[in-house]
Design a protein around this ligand. Structure first.
Ligand SMILES: [Zn+2]
Length: 461
C-alpha cells in the first residue's frame, strides 16, 4: 500500500505539471475504497474525498481528486475503506455508566426495579457530563459520527457532545413522575424550552423534545411536547411499541395501539423519531409512513430484553424512514454500530427464516443514509456527496478476520468491529486519527468514569 501511495503521489506530481492551478481545500482523504452511500451506491477503488472546512467538495477517483485539489492536509487511508460516519438513531449516552449493572431482566423489571431507582439516586449534571464523555469516546472510537439521544440534563449532554466534536440530535426527557432534573412534566417542558433556546443554532447540536413514552406520559403532556416542538421547529423523540406489555396496556386503556392512540390525539405530524416500533401492526406502519415518522430499530436491545422483533421488512417495503440504534449501553451493552448492523441483519434473517432478508448492503444503508433519513437529516449527512457535511470514517481491513477481502460491504457488516475504525471526522474536523482521539483525553475520561462508578455501586447496594 505504501508503494501504491507513492505511485499515486508521483502520478499526482505528473498531473500537476501540465495543469491549471488546483483549488485549495483543507483536507483530502486517500482511500483504498470509498463507499459513498449515494443514490447510485457508487463505490470508488481507489478513491478520495476532498473536504473544505465543514463540507465535502468532491468524491471521486484518486487521480481526478489529485488533479483538481491542493489540500492543506492529507490523510493516507490507502489501505482502508472510507465510508460515511455511522448514525446511531437511538441511545441514552450517559447510561454507559449503568453498563453491566443489571443484566438478564425483562424491560419493566429492569426499568422499574433497577434503572429508574438507580437514576433517582445517582443522576446529576456531573454524572451526565462524565457519562456523555465516556459515551462520546466510545462512539468516536467505533465510527459513530451522529447520534440521537434522550436523557436528563440534556444541556450537559449537548455541551459534552459539542466538545467531543460529535453531531447530536439530543432530546430532553419529559416523563410523568419526578426525575433528577424535573419534578413534573411542566418543569421538564420549561427546562426543555430553555435547552432549545440555548442550542437551536448550534452547527453540531439539534435540540429535541423527548416525551419518554406513551406509558409514562398523559395526553396533556404529550400534546404539550408537540406544541413545544412545533413552536421551535425541532424534532420529537419517543419510545413507541417497544414491548408487548406496552401494547396490551394501550389496548386496555385506549382500546387501540400506541401508534393509533397517538394518531387519534394529533401527536404525529411534527418531525418525529420513534424508537423501537417492535409491536406495531400494518395499520400502525401505514400511519408512521403517512406522518413521515422515522423509526429507530434497536436489534441488540430488543434481543437482550427479549422485547420482540421489529418488522424490518415491512417497514422497508412501506418506505418508512428506518435507522439503526444501539439503545443505551445498559441494554446492549456497548455503542458499537458495526455490531448493530450485523445483529440487524442476523435477527431479520432468523425472524423471517429468510437468509436474503436485510443483506449487508441494506444493513450498511440503515446505519448511514437510512439513519440520516430517520432523523430528517438526509440532505446534510448520511452519504459522501459534494455539499454534504464532512462526516466520515476510515476503517482498517487488515485483521486476520478480514482476510481475504472480496467484498468491502460484506466485510463492513459481517466481520468488522468498532475497533477497526482508524479515523473519525465530523463536520470536517478530525476527531480521531490512527486510533488517537484528539478531542478527548482518553485516560482522564476513563478515570472519571471509574471514580463515578464507585458512587453508582454504593447507591444500588
Ligand atoms: Zn431507549
Amino acid at each position: 500500500m505504501r508503494a501504491f501511495l507513492a505511485a499515486s503521489l508521483l502520478a499526482l506530481a505528473g498531473v500537476l505539471a501540465g495543469q491549471p492551478a488546483r483549488q485549495p481545500v483543507s483536507l483530502v482523504i486517500v482511500a483504498r475504497t470509498v463507499i459513498t452511500e449515494n443514490a447510485a451506491h457508487d463505490v470508488l477503488s481507489p478513491g478520495a474525498v476532498a473536504v473544505n472546512g465543514t463540507d465535502i467538495v468532491a468524491v471521486d477517483r484518486l487521480d481526478a481528486i489529485a488533479a483538481r485539489y491542493a489540500p492543506a492536509a492529507t490523510i493516507d487511508a490507502s489501505d482502508q475503506i472510507v465510508l460515511p460516519g455511522l448514525v446511531n438513531t437511538h441511545t441514552h449516552a450517559p447510561m454507559v455508566m449503568f453498563r453491566g449493572l443489571a443484566d438478564d431482566l425483562a424491560l419493566m423489571d429492569w426499568l422499574q426495579k433497577y434503572i429508574f431507582p438507580a437514576e433517582a439516586k445517582t443522576v446529576t449534571p456531573e454524572f451526565v457530563r462524565i457519562g456523555t464523555r465516556l459515551a462520546a469516546l466510545e462512539m468516536i472510537e467505533s465510527g459513530t459520527t451522529t447520534y440521537a439521544d434522550m436523557y436528563y440534563f440534556e444541556e450537559e449532554i449537548a455541551k459534552a457532545t459539542r466538545e467531543a466534536g460529535l453531531r447530536g440530535v439530543l432530546g430532553e426527557t419529559i416523563i410523568g413522575f419526578p426525575v433528577p432534573d424535573a419534578k413534573t412534566p411542566a418543569d421538564g417542558l420549561a427546562r426543555t424550552e430553555r435547552f432549545i433556546q440555548a442550542f437551536r443554532n448550534d452547527p453540531l447540536i439539534t435540540p429535541a423534545v423527548a416525551p419518554h413514552a406513551l406509558y409514562t406520559n398523559d395526553r396533556t403532556s404529550l400534546l404539550a411536547c408537540t406544541a413545544l416542538a412545533r413552536k421551535y421547529g425541532v424534532p420529537i423523540i419517543i419510545h413507541v411499541g417497544e414491548t408487548e406489555d406496552e401494547l396490551k396496556d394501550a389496548e386496555k386503556k385506549y382500546q387501540t395501539t400506541p401508534v393509533q392512540y397517538l394518531e387519534s390525539i394529533g401527536f404525529w405530524g411534527q418531525r418525529t423519531l420513534a424508537a423501537h416500533g417492535v409491536w406495531v401492526n400494518d395499520e400502525d406502519i401505514r400511519i408512521l409512513k403517512r406522518r413521515g415518522v422515522g423509526v429507530a430499530h434497536n436489534p441488540e436491545s430488543n434481543m437482550k430484553l427479549a422485547s420482540g422483533t421489529a418488522p424490518v421488512a415491512k417497514y422497508l417495503a412501506a418506505g418508512v424512514a428506518l435507522g439503526l440504534g444501539t439503545d443505551g449501553a445498559a441494554s446492549n451493552n456497548d455503542l458499537d454500530m458495526f455490531e448493530a448492523m450485523r445483529q440487524a441483519s442476523f435477527l431479520a434473517k432468523l425472524a423471517t427464516r429468510d437468509p436474503t432478508a436485510v443483506p449487508a448492503a441494506t444493513a450498511l444503508e440503515l446505519a448511514t443514509i437510512g439513519g440520516a433519513r430517520a432523523l430528517g437529516m438526509e440532505k446534510t449527512i448520511g452519504s459522501l456527496e459534494p455539499g454534504k457535511r464532512a462526516d466520515l470514517i476510515a476503517v482498517s481491513m487488515r485483521a486476520a478476520r478480514q482476510t481475504p477481502l472480496y467484498d468491502p460491504v460484506s466485510h463492513l457488516v459481517y466481520v468488522t468491529r468498532g475497533d477497526d475504525v482508524r479515523t473519525t471526522i465530523v463536520n470536517g474536523k478530525i476527531l480521531m486519527q490512527d486510533r488517537r482521539v484528539l478531542t478527548l483525553d482518553e485516560a482522564s475520561v476513563i478515570a472519571d468514569a471509574n471514580r463515578l462508578a464507585e458512587g453508582v455501586r454504593r447507591a444500588v447496594r
